[in-house]
Write a protein that binds this ligand. Structure first.
Ligand SMILES: NC(=O)c1ccc[n+]([C@@H]2O[C@H](COP(=O)([O-])OP(=O)(O)OC[C@H]3O[C@@H](n4cnc5c(N)ncnc54)[C@H](OP(=O)(O)O)[C@@H]3O)[C@@H](O)[C@H]2O)c1
Length: 338
């Protein structure tokens, strides 16, 4: 690691190597309050300078806007970046604000063509199934995803919010390079079954929302009071009312450890999730989201922090005490299918 650049990790057991921290790009177009295109573009460039190569988007982020926004950056740096996008959250034609989950092969084919067009690239490096439609056998969905690999439209396959059993069934059809699921000091469900299965199969873990959607940085407490009216976090049960206040009190041990390291709370949260790689013995590439160049500097610097066994032990009880579910509607997650 020289000049502040980050280390690397393998994306699946067939490569490629990517920067050990990726960049979540969702907030550049939607979900987390007002967007700032210039700051976001500067963030993308700064991330690349710091060794970040895995850039995460989805067709659902701003109904295609995020892929379109990222396209010029990706094209300018095509050989240096690993483009990850996703399908499955479809917009019903008559209800533009609703999302339904679709995993059927004709939909997957339609979605990949639309993403390739918006991104304006010949191939997607990592193509994820964003959510699982339980009415479609996963073998069928991964079967069509594997055809996309053979046709040269996609290089590697990923799954988001799947169970260990679904991962195993999918991997038997075609190697899965990465599983992307929520993983942070506040959300550790996947450690029970999904992470061990990923380790066994040679699958890289890509933790999303590793900063607990920003809550773990201490930058807001009550979403309804602290965030703008259009911010999706106002709908998250963990960030409102009594839950928000209770959950804010859980940040105290993180604050103490941050002080000991001369670091920020967010850096400790990221160092913790990064260190899961050592704890669980598999490659871990978190994708914190930010739209600010200074924050990408702060976040990547967290890859150089190592927490002691004692500090890890102090952080251990936090997740079990978190009040409120990850989403208001948990039917969109893998919870309950394990
Ligand atoms: N597969 C899925 O279902 C799924 C679901 C959610 C997200 N994702 C992906 O995962 C990525 C990351 O997750 P996320 O964005 O939900 O949550 P996150 O990375 O845990 O947190 C992002 C929030 O933290 C703020 N932030 C970032 N760095 C900070 C710092 N150093 N100090 C203070 N605040 C900081 C960001 O604000 P600013 O932007 O203003 O800096 C943003 O509001 C997304 O961008 C998306 O690509 C995937």
């Amino acid at each position: 690691m020289t000049n502040g650049t980050i280390g690397t990790a393998a994306l699946g057991d067939q490569g490629p190597e990517v920067g050990v921290q990726g960049l979540g790009c969702m907030g550049m177009s939607f979900a987390y309050g007002p967007v700032d295109a210039d700051a976001s573009r500067a963030t993308l460039e700064r991330a690349l300078e710091l060794g970040v190569t895995l850039y995460d988007t989805a067709d659902a982020y701003g109904a295609g806007d995020n892929e379109r926004f990222l396209s010029p950056f990706f094209k300018a740096h095509r050989d240096e970046v690993v483009i990850a996008t996703k399908f499955a959250l479809a917009i019903p034609p008559d209800e533009p604000t609703r999302r339904i989950i679709r995993n059927d092969p004709p939909y997957v084919r339609q979605a990949v063509e639309a993403s390739l067009k918006r991104l304006d690239v010949d191939v997607i490096d990592l193509y994820y199934m964003h959510r699982r439609d339980v009415n479609v056998p996963i073998e069928e969905t991964v079967g069509v995803m594997a055809e996309l690999v053979r046709e040269g439209k996609v290089k590697q396959l990923g799954l988001s919010e799947v169970t260990a059993a679904e991962l195993r069934a999918a991997h038997a059809v075609h190697p899965i390079a990465a599983v992307q699921s929520e993983w942070s000091l506040f959300s550790r469900d996947i450690e029970a079954k999904v992470v061990p299965a990923a380790r066994e199969l040679g699958v890289t873990l890509v933790p999303y929302s590793p900063l607990g959607r920003g809550f773990l940085t201490g930058s807001f407490v009550d979403a309804e009071q602290d965030l703008t009216a259009d911010d999706f976090r106002r709908q998250h049960p963990r960030f409102t009312g009594d839950n928000a206040a209770a959950n804010a009190s859980l940040l105290e041990p993180i604050r103490a450890i941050a002080e000991a390291h001369g670091a920020t709370l967010g850096q400790i949260a990221l160092a913790w999730v990064q260190q899961r790689a050592t704890v669980h013995g598999l490659p871990v590439v978190p994708i914190p989201g930010t739209r600010k160049p200074t924050r990408v500097e702060e976040n990547t610097a967290a890859t150089r922090i190592t927490l002691t066994e004692e500090q890890l032990a102090q952080l251990e009880p936090i997740a079990a005490k978190v009040a409120g579910t990850r989403y208001a509607d948990m039917t969109f997650t893998s919870a309950g299918r394990e």
